[in-house]
Design a protein around this ligand. Sequence first.
Ligand code: MG
Length: 312
Amino acid sequence: MAVVLQLDPTNFKLLAQHYPSNIAVPTGGVFRHKTQNVMVTGYKSGKVMFQGVAEQAEATKWSKISNQNNHPQKQVPVKKSTHTTTSLPKNLSQLSVIGSDEVGTGSYFGPLTVVATFVAQANIPLLQSWGIADSKTLSDAEIIRLAKKIIQVLPYHVVNILPKTYNKYQQTLNANEIKARGHNLALKEVLLKITPTKPTAILIDQFTPAQTYWRYLQTTPDIVTENVFFATKAEQLHLAVAAASIIARWVELETMHTLSQQAHQLLPVGAGPNVDKVAANLINQGLNLNNFAKLHFANTKKAQSIAHHKSN
Ligand code: MG
């Protein structure tokens, strides 16, 4: 697939300036610009074609601007199959990279926490000397100790979505859409913090296929698309993702601690039967689960049923 916009001369000029040709322009073309996730080609006819995994996201940016300028344009879907392979850069682990990861998706209680960090090439040996590893293999005490060291040296941004906010988003967005927006926001903020430095690559710990990720962001302003790569188990591919996941785990621990205090009992992680019992306790105490838990989980109904039995 590809996305084509038919633009008037004013907007066409705007895009021609934004996408200076960096590869050969085809016959009938005016400009052609290629990045990892999208190729943009402007034609003499005023049509601009977007191709690649971020085609929809990238085209949507411009259709919005074009509408604001009162130059309505048509979006014409074109039947054409283009496959963009998302092969990772060579020597990825040794490059300057922004990495992002999230925690809390599988836990009924607590936040969804997305974190991005920037690891410049020069910082890699230091982080290696600290023994930064996959956060899943570290104890809570190690997470806290390492996170406190990491935030001293790395630019980072935390998007900590508390249950109350998560539940509000969840009325119109699915869990992966919320995650996609969280990643995009965290990446955008880290890019701002390190300006004018640019990372060689941006690596997202993959939670959904790349095409789906870009589709989820269609209506989001300011989508980070340049040099974005996806990989599962990305914490093993670059320390930036490993560091991001350690900070995310730390923030999750802190938030669980605060929420447990507010609930006057220890809120467990996960979504097993012990979680149902604790949630039922909260209901019986007159506490609102909306402030503590991701309500769309099946645990809510189970907890309500347990609480109901107790009160009868
Ligand atoms: Mg992950």
